[in-house]
Design a protein around this ligand. Structure first.
Ligand code: NDP
Ligand code: 8X3
Length: 255
């Protein structure tokens, strides 16, 4: 592998924002490590990106909430691929949109295990590689739900507030190692997010994006690429990105 080629590790690259990031980083010549639970999607994306952009793509098929799998899979990477320039902690999900008293404990556990613990398992390993390499940039996918709390958002909002807090904390602790940490907090982005939130109910999910123009996954991926391509002395700490018709979690002008 050429020493000048950069490497990005993107969690949750089988759909939505993660897949869009894989496309844009490959387009800019990065070698990639792409992860997710759906192995067939990872393989298809690898084949597409390798033939379209002449980059090397490694696929790692694991659930970020499975600590042993995270360790085994990441530690299977060769020393070249452990030189990660950009880690995008994107894998995440919402499960359910229910009043606190009615929500399923299993939904809460899945969100906490994925959005918080999964991000920690991956970051703990990769941040130490970055320290060894004396460089690196970590991007955490938060949400407007990590800045505001809305009805029925309870535990999803809590997990994204945790991502917000962890991003600040990582930035402080990694400062002495010159590792940059950026948190990206989108409003509504049309991806598989709502389908997952509503446990596969496509009709209910489509309604979330009806009657206005939501963000696209590529809008977020382009912003992430921008943030990680600033000169070495610049760090973008925190960005909140909304569809133009959305002012906050509560205020919309859908015309
Ligand atoms: P998608 O559902 O389209 O994509 C989610 C990705 O995360 C998939 O690749 C999925 O892969 C992966 N993922 C989910 N759970 C796990 C897991 N346990 N282990 C490994 N990978 C997992 O959603 P988005 O692209 O919209 O979401 C990406 C991130 O952006 C999430 O963190 C989300 O919270 C955040 N976000 C999304 C917003 C939106 O409106 N869409 C707004 C604000 C933030 P697989 O299923 O193959 O494992
Ligand atoms: C996804 C955006 O507003 O559905 O994080 O929580 S929202």
């Amino acid at each position: 592998m050429s020493v000048n080629v950069k490497t990005a590790l993107i969690t949750g690259a089988t759909a939505g924002i993660g897949e869009a990031c894989a496309n844009i980083y490959a387009e800019h010549g990065f070698n990639l490590i792409i992860t997710g639970r759906r192995a067939n999607r990872l393989q298809k994306l690898k084949e597409k990106l390798e033939s379209q952009f002449q980059v090397q793509v490694i696929t790692l098929n694991f659930d970020v909430s499975d600590k042993n799998a995270v360790e085994t899979q990441l530690n299977s990477l060769s020393s070249d691929f452990r030189k990660v320039d950009v880690l995008i902690n994107n894998a995440g999900l919402s499960q359910g949109l229910d009043d606190f008293q009615d929500a399923l404990l299993s939904d809460w556990e899945t969100m906490i295990d994925t959005n918080i613990k999964g991000l920690l398992y991956v970051s703990k390993i990769v941040s130490n590689w970055m320290i060894d390499n004396k460089k690196g940039h970590i991007v955490n996918l938060g949400s407007i739900a990590g800045k505001e709390v809305y009805a029925k958002g309870n535990v999803y909002c809590a997990t994204k507030h945790a991502v917000d807090a962890l991003s600040k904390s990582m930035r402080i602790d990694l400062l002495k190692h010159k590792i940059r940490v950026t948190a990206i907090h989108p409003g509504a982005v049309e991806t598989e997010f709502s389908e997952v939130r509503f446990h596969g109910d496509k009709k209910k999910a489509e309604k979330v994006y009806e009657g206005y123009r939501p963000l696209l996954a590529s809008d977020i991926a382009e912003t992430i690429y921008f943030a990680t391509s600033r000169p070495a002395h610049v760090n973008i700490n925190d960005l909140v990105i909304m569809p133009t018709v959305q002012a906050s979690a509560f205020y919309w002008d859908k015309g």
